[in-house]
Design a protein around this ligand. Structure first.
Ligand SMILES: NC(=O)c1ccc[n+]([C@@H]2O[C@H](COP(=O)([O-])OP(=O)(O)OC[C@H]3O[C@@H](n4cnc5c(N)ncnc54)[C@H](O)[C@@H]3O)[C@@H](O)[C@H]2O)c1
Ligand SMILES: [Zn+2]
Ligand SMILES: [Zn+2]
Length: 364
């Protein structure tokens, strides 16, 4: 089958929208007609990495929402016509997967960022017959038609508005899951959220659902801080990270119970970790490059820092749960979405980078 897809042909090149040929679904795969696909910062992380990280032409996209067209051998949890959200992939049989901790799959790179199937083949070829990488996060959803790994495919209720559900596949799930699953934020507790983008604002909305008492948002864009306030932040901070620690301690009367970083900026992480109380926990989701330096005594006092992937979620359960909270009106992540056609993908990247759009979604 032919499809239109956004292809990245060099780490610093713009996306090009091209006609590709899509293979049939193999065993353990699902053919999906895309309805919408969110763009997450991770789709363009390649821009910040050394050139050797670019593995050749590739279709990105890992927040897909679509309709199942056909299924490969052995796939029984979805059928043609089902509405699905596409999330990260996992191997299903490693020490982490066997404990149900799928985001920490020991084979995560092979399942999500290898540029194709585990056997090295790809689902896409271009008009010259050359290979174009597929299976990004098990899905490569910046395409009208794609092939997804079965473990990436989550069935959702067909009465829901499918076009808004793609971001549940990564960014929204990560922000909300960190609050609900990783940190277990309780009613009345205090939480610092650094980075009021897609992840951070989802975390703030989740903290509101959890009835957190004090919610402190940090960002460098005033309009993002205004959104944070609109969705439940009780305090906002920007400017010099060194001064933020004192402001956090003052606002929480002694230090925050929880912190969530979605900036990936070491000075900000240091400020929020220093702003925790002795038994506080900070979850790091933002992807930072280089070192994070902390004073030894910061940690000896009892604080906890944990990395978090995909909000510690089991997508098959958590995505339908978040979709229902949204339908119930208490988790309005869809208000962060701005829709664009696929051929505006480069404008989407720019709008995301300059902070003017929180959650761009490509519609097909
Ligand atoms: N761990 C995971 O599972 C996971 C999942 C999705 C995304 N991510 C990563 O999380 C991060 C956030 O993703 P997003 O989609 O929310 O991105 P985003 O660009 O929408 O949000 C990031 C926000 O952080 C703010 N920010 C960045 N540096 C800052 C600084 N030094 N001081 C103050 N504010 C700063 C930006 O202004 C922006 O509002 C990215 O690094 C992304 O790659 C991780
Ligand atoms: Zn695994
Ligand atoms: Zn993502």
């Amino acid at each position: 089958m032919k499809t239109r897809a956004a292809v990245l042909r060099g780490g610093q090149d713009p996306f090009t929208v091209e006609e590709l040929t899509v293979s049939e679904p193999q065993a353990g795969e699902v053919a999906v007609r895309m309805v919408a696909a969110g763009m997450c910062h991770t789709d363009v992380l390649i821009r910040e990495l050394p050139p050797e990280f670019f593995m050749g032409p590739q279709v990105y996209g890992h927040e897909g929402a679509g309709v199942v067209e056909s299924v490969g051998e052995g796939v029984t949890h979805v059928a043609p016509g089902d509405h699905v959200v596409l999330s990260f992939n996992n191997c299903g049989d490693c020490p982490a997967c066997n404990q149900g901790r799928f985001p920490y799959c020991f084979n995560f790179p092979m399942a999500n960022t290898a540029g194709g199937r585990p056997d090295g083949t790809s689902a896409f070829t271009d008009t010259n017959g050359d290979r174009v990488g597929s299976h990004y996060f098990g899905q490569s959803s910046f395409a009208n038609h794609t092939i997804a790994a079965a473990n990436s495919v989550v069935k959702v209720d067909s009465s829901l508005d499918l076009a808004r559900l793609g971001p549940l596949g990564c960014g929204v799930q990560t922000g909300a899951g960190t609050v609900f699953n990783t940190l277990g934020v309780e009613a009345g507790s205090s939480l610092v959220v650094a980075g009021a983008g897609a992840l951070g604002l989802s975390a703030i909305m989740a903290a509101k659902v959890a009835e957190a008492g004090t919610i402190i948002a940090i960002d460098r864009h005033q309009e993002r801080l205004d959104l944070a306030t609109a969705y439940g932040a009780t305090h906002v901070l920007s400017g010099d990270p060194v001064e933020m620690t004192g402001a956090i301690i003052e606002a929480t009367r002694g230090g925050a119970d929880y912190a969530f970083d979605a900036t990936g900026a070491a000075p900000v992480v240091r400020a929020v970790v220093n702003g925790l109380n002795n038994i506080g926990t900070c979850a790091l989701a933002g992807v930072g490059l280089g070192e994070l330096v902390l004073d030894y005594m910061t940690m000896i006092g009892g604080r906890t820092i944990t990395g978090v992937m995909e909000g510690d979620s089991t997508p098959a359960e958590f995505i339908p749960h978040l979709a229902q909270l949204n339908a119930d009106g208490v988790f309005p992540f869809h208000e962060l979405i701005v829709e664009f056609p696929l051929d505006q993908i480069n404008e989407v990247e720019a709008a995301s980078a300059d902070g003017s759009v929180v959650k761009p979604v490509l519609v097909f």
